[in-house]
Ligand binder design. Structure first.
Ligand SMILES: [Zn+2]
Length: 76
């Protein structure tokens, strides 16, 4: 089981952390509001936790074109 970071825009896998090496607290996920958690964190059937963030590429694109964030729907 692991925490898997994927880009919420393009779906690219950004990184993976073994769950035995990290906790929600150490990753700062416990400070999210329930609403943010719903949007950002999801659990997969295998027990993995998927965390939706922005990859560097999309982050840069969003910085330059803030209106793109309206299109940033989760991919699933
Ligand atoms: Zn991306």
């Amino acid at each position: 089981m692991s925490f898997r970071y994927v880009c919420r825009c393009c779906g690219m896998k950004i990184g993976e952390i073994d769950q035995s090496m990290a906790t929600e607290v150490s990753l700062g996920l416990d400070s999210l509001t329930p609403e943010e958690r719903q949007h950002i964190i999801s659990r997969e059937h295998g027990g993995d936790t998927v965390v939706r963030v922005l990859c560097d590429y999309c982050k840069e694109a969003l910085d330059q074109n803030p209106e793109l964030s309206l299109i940033g729907t989760p991919i699933q």
